[in-house]
Design a protein around this ligand. Structure first.
Ligand code: PEP
Ligand code: MN
Length: 337
């Protein structure tokens, strides 16, 4: 249910109603909007609860939330959420660009990339230190050494750091160095990991599982939101279909669809979404055109020498070219980039 407070309801009334929701055994999420405040009451509801809440001070209406996801839904929060981390601004009219290598490999590789992507206009640096690899024999990442290199790159460039966390036990360590915790496609339904990321003061980039429906993605986001962390970005990174021309199939209709259903910003990953560097630029431009709130792009100074995902990584020049093209589309549509 959502308890919709009257326009101009007082702080004391809102606090009172949040407590009343909790006293009914439900979890209260207070969402302060520009127009009015609503309290999402999450949990096992009974019919008599609605009546009891309706009579509360400052309450305009009590309504059921129709979507299976609750805190993520636009029914609860009509205004778009903007996630802001340092200079990275994602959502509500701002397009944030996250760029960098698939894996952190060395100081030289990372800092060269960081300087170049910053110069071209990115506001966040990506780079995996803990890598989820299909084969246990493939490079698994530099772990804490990689996190330290990311933090050093932030120190020099000011770029926000986005990096993956693979297990609940690593959340504290990764959060010590990162600004944004990436939950990878393979872990989208790792519920203990989602909850652990919901309890730390770091933004979350939640990637769609290659075989997950959009409702499943939103319900996964709900696990993070329910723990109190509202800084969640959803990421479409392609799904598995019968089509083999691309590594995954990148459905861009996800963007306007999610904008209808949720207030959370939507980031597109054209690198994993296509699996081919030569397709990335056009899919970036298309993502901007369709209203994406962010892009996450794999960039490497020497893609042919990359320890992971080199075939889908842009080199520094290609990245600058891609940014220039995206900027033209963003300008035409009045999007801040
Ligand atoms: C990555 O970003 O390098 C990655 C492993 O992504 P995904 O979880 O989408 O496969
Ligand atoms: Mn990758």
């Amino acid at each position: 249910m959502i308890v919709v407070m009257r326009r101009g309801a007082e702080k004391a009334e809102i606090e009172h109603m949040a407590q009343r929701v909790e006293s009914l055994g439900l979890k209260a999420h207070v969402i302060v909007g520009e127009e009015r405040t609503v309290i999402a009451a999450i949990g096992d509801k009974r019919e008599e609860m609605k009546e009891s809440l309706e009579s509360g001070p400052g309450v305009a209406a009590v309504m059921p939330i129709l979507a299976p996801y609750k805190v993520a839904s636009r029914e609860v929060k009509p205004e778009s959420t903007q996630v802001v981390v340092r200079d990275l601004k994602v959502g509500a009219g701002s397009l944030g660009v996250i760029a960098g290598p698939c894996s952190v490999e060395s100081e030289e590789q990372l800092i060269t990339t960081a300087r170049a992507v910053k110069k071209a206009g990115a506001t966040a640096l990506r780079g995996g230190a803990f890598k989820p690899r299909t084969s246990p024999y493939a490079f698994q990442g530099m772990k804490e050494e990689g996190l330290k290199l990311l933090a050093a790159a932030r120190e020099e460039t000011g770029l926000a750091i986005v990096t993956e966390v693979m297990s609940p036990e690593d959340v504290e360590l990764v959060a010590k160095y990162a600004d944004v915790l990436q939950i990878g496609a393979r872990n989208m339904q790792n519920y203990r990991l989602l909850e652990a990321c919901g309890r730390v003061d770091r933004a979350v980039l939640l990637k769609r599982g290659p075989a997950a429906t959009i409702d499943e993605l939103l319900l996964a986001a709900e696990y993070v939101l329910n723990e109190g962390n509202q800084n969640v970005m959803l990421c479409e990174r392609g799904i598995r279909t019968f089509e083999a021309h691309t590594r995954f199939t990148l459905p861009l209709a996800t963007v306007p669809y999610l904008h209808q259903k949720t207030h959370l910003p939507v980031v597109i990953d054209p690198s994993h979404g296509t699996g081919h560097a030569y397709l990335v630029e056009d899919m970036c431009a298309a993502s901007v055109a369709v209203g994406a709130d962010g892009l996450i792009i794999e960039v490497h100074p020497k893609p042919e020498e990359a320890m992971s995902d080199g075939y889908q990584s842009l080199n520094l020049e290609q990245f600058a070219h891609t940014m220039a093209k995206c900027r033209k589309v963003a300008d035409a549509l009045g999007i801040e980039m």
